[in-house]
Design a protein. Structure first.
Ligand SMILES: Cc1cc2nc3c(=O)[nH]c(=O)nc-3n(C[C@H](O)[C@H](O)[C@H](O)COP(=O)(O)O)c2cc1C
Length: 160
């Protein structure tokens, strides 16, 4: 039987959002955007500035940026595809906020990420180590423009 799935994602500048929507389209499931309560400005995202908001958050393992918008309805979902941009080789802290705010027991979480080149392996390891009770099913770095067929082939193995 086909499993219930959805695609949840955080995207500061739209790249991960595009990939998230393509995955959702490819397998016919809904998306949920993890919206920061306080949106990131271009200045916030300036990784070359030591004290930019993103750098301050990433330098503080305990940082948990607040999520705004509507809550996610993950009830009844067997599989959550969870996407984010890689920040300083790992997942942005708002992904920790999301993983700590919801109950993932009985669910499988499949990660995906976009980046300027960094692979997703370290993000997977970091999240697995932080949340040992969540069942992570690995993940994949994906690029904008990945053909739907390829996305479907990748994603459908987790839902069938
Ligand atoms: C604060 C910050 C840190 C980043 N760190 C990395 C990194 O470590 N490795 C990398 O390849 N790209 C890095 N990037 C680039 C983003 O991962 C990339 O542009 C991503 O596709 C943006 O996705 P979004 O538009 O969904 O936010 C960083 C970007 C920002 C803003």
């Amino acid at each position: 039987m086909r499993k219930n799935a959805m695609v949840c994602y955080f995207s500061a500048s739209g790249v991960t959002a595009t990939v998230a929507k393509d995955i959702a389209d490819a397998i016919g499931v809904v998306t949920y955007e993890i919206e920061p309560k306080v949106k990131y400005t271009a200045d916030d995202l300036n990784w070359q500035k030591d004290d930019s908001r993103s750098n301050r958050e990433m330098n503080d393992v305990k940082s948990r940026p607040e999520i705004g918008g509507e809550p996610a309805n993950i009830d009844g979902m067997d599989v959550i595809f969870l996407g984010f941009p890689i920040w300083w080789y790992t997942a942005p802290r708002i992904i920790n906020t999301f993983l700590e705010e919801y109950d993932f027991s009985g669910k499988h979480v499949v990660l995906f990420a976009t980046s300027g080149g960094t692979d997703i392996e370290r993000s997977i390891k970091d999240l697995q180590n932080s949340y040992t009770r969540i069942h992570f099913d690995g993940g994949k770095k994906l690029d904008v423009g990945t053909p739907k067929q390829e996305l479907r082939a990748w994603a459908s193995k987790y839902v069938s």
